[in-house]
Design a protein around this ligand. Structure first.
Ligand code: ADP
Ligand code: MG
Length: 224
């Protein structure tokens, strides 16, 4: 059974009197993949941080699963810890190295468990950041423009990887992006944030079936 949906109501955030989020309502069903589109500066990251519980200045009603994980545009790996340690940082329990290796295997990087972050490419670093999210077995995965800094081919591979991981684990996903193509490729539903609100549901504009499910993208996923 899928658990871990999101319901937030009336999310409001002001910075020095300027209202960036103006009563946002957002629901994500368990296992649903939602893309949040919006122009630069429209408040996408602010909303994501509020949903993540990282912004104590955000007002509103939040019903969000405890087990959630975030991937940012920058990988935010600690340079002084090896890859495996980065993946399980803050995780408690036994057999952390095995758990790190298992999570790294899901992104094809199990052989880099003892590598230093500085030896990784940009794409590999983002995959480690994904492994760091996966090891927490998130019910909600929050992705803030995770592919924004990658070159086009690496981005396509990373998108295919996220698609596969989502299909295998089925967390609810909130993907912040300003890339309409990316939203069309990956999401069940695409919402547009404008003037501090969810201004439009673009889902009806999405081609069906989703390109994520298309034979060509499936072939790409197998190949990568
Ligand atoms: P997006 O992710 O859509 O590009 P952000 O959520 O990062 O936009 O920012 C929305 C607006 O809120 C911007 O005008 C930004 O300058 C402002 N903002 C975000 N965080 C802060 C902060 N900590 N202090 C002041 N203003 C902020
Ligand atoms: Mg942002």
């Amino acid at each position: 059974m899928l658990t871990g949906g999101v319901t937030v109501r009336g999310v409001t955030r002001r910075f020095a009197g300027r209202t960036v989020l103006d009563g946002v309502d957002l629901t994500i069903a368990p296992g649903e993949f939602v893309a949040l589109l919006g122009a630069s500066g429209s408040g996408k990251s602010t909303l994501l941080k509020a949903v993540a519980g990282l912004d104590k200045g955000a007002e509103g009603h939040f019903d969000v699963p405890q087990r959630r994980a975030i991937v940012f545009q920058e990988h935010r790996l600690l340079p002084w810890s090896r890859v495996g340690r980065n993946v399980t940082l803050g995780v408690t329990g036994k057999r952390l190295r095995e758990r790190a290796i298992a999570a790294l295997a899901e992104v094809g990087l199990e052989d880099r468990v003892d590598a230093w972050p500085s030896t990784l490419s940009g794409g590999e670093s983002q995959r480690v950041a994904l492994a760091r999210a996966l090891v927490r077995q998130p019910e909600l995965l929050l992705l803030d423009e995770p592919f924004g800094a990658l070159d086009a081919l690496t981005r396509l591979k990373a998108q295919a990887l996220v698609a596969r991981l989502w299909q295998e684990h089925r967390p609810a996903v909130l993907l912040v992006t300003h890339d309409v193509e990316e939203a069309l490729l990956l999401a069940d539903r695409a919402l547009l944030l404008e003037h501090g609100r969810i201004a439009r549901d673009l889902t009806i504009d999405l081609p069906r079936p989703r390109r994520l499910d298309s034979p060509r993208f499936a072939a790409l996923r197998r190949e990568l």
